[in-house]
Design a protein around this ligand. Structure first.
Ligand SMILES: [Zn+2]
Length: 252
C-alpha cells in the first residue's frame, strides 16, 4: 500500500518531494511503533480490534496531522465513527436488499460482511482491490430503483459534476425505503467553493463544500436527516473519533 502511495506521489509531485514525504512517513511510523511497544494502550479501533497508545500520522504534501490512522486497518476517525454507527444505531446486520458502496474503504470491509441480508456491490472509478464494478458515479450501470442503500463518503468532492452524480444516486435508489448515506469534507464557509480543477494537494478534490451542502442534497430531490456519531465523550476518546456529521437521505 505504501508503495502505491509513493508511486502516486512521484507521479503528482516529482521524485524529490515524494521521497521527502516517504521519509516523513517512515520516521513517523517508527516513532509510533516504538510508542505502542513501550507505553500502555489507551486507544481502540472498533473496525479491526487494534489496541495501542498512538495512531499513525496522516502525511500529505506540505502538512502532517498527528495520530490519525489505525496501524491495523488504516481507519481514520470518520471510519471508526461510521463503523460504530452502522453497527449500533443503524443495525446494518438487519438490513436487506442491494447496497451500493462507492470508493469502498478497507476499514469498513468487516462491517459489510456482518450484514448477511445485504448484497454488497463495491464501486470505484478505477480498478482497486475488492471492487466489484468499475463505474462513473455520473453515469451508473445500474437500473433505476435497484438499491436499498447507497453509501457515498468523501466522493462528491472529487467528481466533476456533483449535481449530475446526485441525480444518478437518486435514480438508482429505491423510493420510500432506500437510504442514501452520504458525507463530504465540509468547511466552515457558508458557500461551496469550486476550484475549477482537480487539486492534487487536496486528494484530487474539485471543490470545498460549505454549509450549503445539505441544501444541495434537498435541491437534488432528497429529504435530509443530519446524523452524528451519537458517541459519549468517553467513547470518542477511546475510539479516537471527533464529532462526525453525515446525512441520511431519502427520495422526496
Ligand atoms: Zn483498525
Amino acid at each position: 500500500m505504501i508503495i502505491s502511495w509513493y508511486r502516486q506521489k512521484v507521479k503528482d509531485f516529482g521524485l524529490p518531494a515524494a521521497t521527502w514525504a516517504l521519509w516523513r512517513v517512515a520516521w513517523g511510523r517508527a516513532y509510533v511503533i516504538a510508542c505502542n511497544a513501550l507505553l500502555p494502550s489507551r486507544l481502540e479501533c472498533p473496525c479491526c480490534g487494534w489496541r495501542g497508545r498512538r495512531l499513525f500520522d496522516y502525511v500529505e504534501m506540505g502538512y502532517t496531522v498527528r495520530s490519525v490512522s489505525c496501524p491495523g486497518c488504516d481507519s481514520h476517525a470518520r471510519h471508526r465513527a461510521f463503523f460504530l454507527w452502522l453497527r449500533n444505531q443503524y443495525r446494518i446486520d438487519q438490513k436487506s436488499g442491494t447496497a451500493l458502496v462507492f470508493a469502498p474503504e478497507r476499514a469498513l470491509a468487516q462491517i459489510w460482511e456482518s450484514a448477511p441480508g445485504l448484497r454488497i456491490c463495491k464501486i470505484d472509478i478505477e480498478q482497486a482491490r475488492g471492487v466489484d464494478v468499475i463505474g462513473d458515479i455520473m453515469q451508473l450501470p445500474f437500473a433505476g430503483e435497484s438499491a436499498s442503500l447507497v453509501w457515498c463518503h468523501h466522493v462528491l468532492d472529487q467528481v466533476q459534476d456533483d449535481r449530475r452524480a446526485l441525480a444518478e444516486l437518486r435514480r438508482v435508489l429505491k423510493s420510500a425505503t432506500g437510504d442514501l448515506i452520504i458525507s463530504v469534507g465540509e468547511s466552515a464557509e457558508p458557500q461551496t467553493r469550486e476550484f475549477g480543477f482537480s487539486d492534487k494537494a487536496l486528494s484530487g478534490n474539485r471543490r470545498a463544500y460549505g454549509a450549503d451542502f445539505a441544501g444541495r442534497l434537498r435541491a437534488a430531490g432528497f429529504s435530509v436527516q443530519v446524523v452524528n456519531s451519537g458517541l459519549t465523550e468517553a467513547d470518542k476518546r477511546q475510539y479516537a473519533v471527533d464529532e462526525e456529521r453525515f446525512y441520511v437521505c431519502r427520495k422526496t
